[in-house]
Write a protein that binds this ligand. Sequence first.
Ligand SMILES: Nc1ncnc2c1ncn2[C@@H]1O[C@H](COP(=O)(O)OP(=O)(O)O)[C@@H](O)[C@H]1O
Ligand SMILES: Nc1ncnc2c1ncn2[C@@H]1O[C@H](COP(=O)(O)OP(=O)(O)O)[C@@H](O)[C@H]1O
Ligand SMILES: [Zn+2]
Lengths: 251, 251
Amino acid sequence: RVTDEDIKKRLERVKCKLAVMSGKGGVGKSTVTALLAIHFAKKGKKVGIFDADFLGPSIPKIFGVERKRPVLREEGLEPVYSDRYGIKIMSIQFFLPSRESPVIWRGPLIAGVMRDFLGRTDWGELDYLLFDLPPGTGDAPLTVLQEVKPEGVVVVTSPQDLTAMIVEKSIKMAESLETAVVGLVENMSYYECPQCGHREFIFGKGKGGELSAKYRIPFFVEIPIDPNLTKLTDMGKIEAYEVDFFEFFPL
Amino acid sequence: RVTDEDIKKRLERVKCKLAVMSGKGGVGKSTVTALLAIHFAKKGKKVGIFDADFLGPSIPKIFGVERKRPVLREEGLEPVYSDRYGIKIMSIQFFLPSRESPVIWRGPLIAGVMRDFLGRTDWGELDYLLFDLPPGTGDAPLTVLQEVKPEGVVVVTSPQDLTAMIVEKSIKMAESLETAVVGLVENMSYYECPQCGHREFIFGKGKGGELSAKYRIPFFVEIPIDPNLTKLTDMGKIEAYEVDFFEFFPL
Ligand SMILES: Nc1ncnc2c1ncn2[C@@H]1O[C@H](COP(=O)(O)OP(=O)(O)O)[C@@H](O)[C@H]1O
Ligand SMILES: Nc1ncnc2c1ncn2[C@@H]1O[C@H](COP(=O)(O)OP(=O)(O)O)[C@@H](O)[C@H]1O
Ligand SMILES: [Zn+2]
């Protein structure tokens, strides 16, 4: 029922679509997606986030807007706005009856729901629309990428599972969809002692630097484990986090 | 083909079976299983580990024995021995052709493979046989528990997802199988700065202490994030890790 034409119309006034993927769950992909959105918002850009992580939708919770609801207007589904920066947010979480979704997401079902959201959400005019993908490099994120066709992909890993394999697989996926990996984020890479400033690569120094150089990924950053970040995301107040790790993001 | 009688015979000379489960993957369940086995081995006990985590079999890798192979003798499959403490190890990893297993494990398949291993592995005489379960509290670990019927269950969580829900669910699962949760391990709970000794609950203070008291779980421990532990497990040299977090384990 939702046609390619519907989707094309909805995304016509979105200047740049970026997808955020990960090697596996729990590496901080949703948190990084939020931080990247805030980076753009701080520069005065119009930003939206589509929470396509159907298995574990957490964008609304991170921004503290899980109690809000998208409004169905004549022009389509109006996204929810974040409190501080007015980032437009759409997530299946707004439509799930409870926190625990018993749905088992398979490829065709994901594709159908993606098209529904893409065809009905009225984003208006945006400089950036970020897509928080399902975790991993398997069918689910691939299905979302095929529907979205982003201008670029950002890969989030932890130092432990930042292996050449994940980066190569992400690059292959991106190339198969005629897009590119534009950024590599090594999350929870080190810890800085608040008392004496000592930095430790808690899970060992990751290979992100080498790999981004080898594959000519234009942007690479190591994000430390920061208890403040954990606390703010848990409280749904990520917009209060001051550090901008994406200061030199090229897009 | 493997009968309940076969399994009963194999486990007759195993004094105590303990299963190790987790709230979700990546919290360090396999690492904790290995540390508990080493705790018993250091006390001169005979110990075995059955790596029932079919999705992500990592016990052989943690002990650095993934290149060894179980020997099929007349008496049955002889487990592989760890280098330092002679802990007996059995894992499906020894039989997988490569590191990436494309198999999608469903309940009946897991049960069948479990019975095969349980009915054919010659453990000999053991004081403790530990079972590293598939992660989570869903069908896969439940299926393994039903085949094993352990004397006790140890639950591993991280401070972030140590919720009453996971503990309650684990207790229900244990009770449904007429066993009990004998230990709660909150892993990667805090970090101690090697330079100044400052301790920080990186992901926030967990609720493990409250929950183990509330549900009368006999053993509770918070294990810090220790880069030495990460390094040794990555190198397959966990037996070189000196700290024993299970010093006061009651069994
Ligand atoms: N750099 C970081 N420092 C501290 N905590 C972090 C960091 N990145 C993520 N977290 C925490 O880790 C948890 C998992 O992050 P999340 O973004 O939900 O992961 P994913 O989307 O990959 O499953 C969250 O509770 C979040 O607060
Ligand atoms: N207390 C700890 N300190 C540092 N690293 C840890 C700790 N516990 C586990 N790890 C590391 O975390 C990773 C995941 O642990 P693992 O035992 O494989 O988790 P699971 O079995 O729950 O998936 C491993 O690389 C391991 O070395
Ligand atoms: Zn310090």
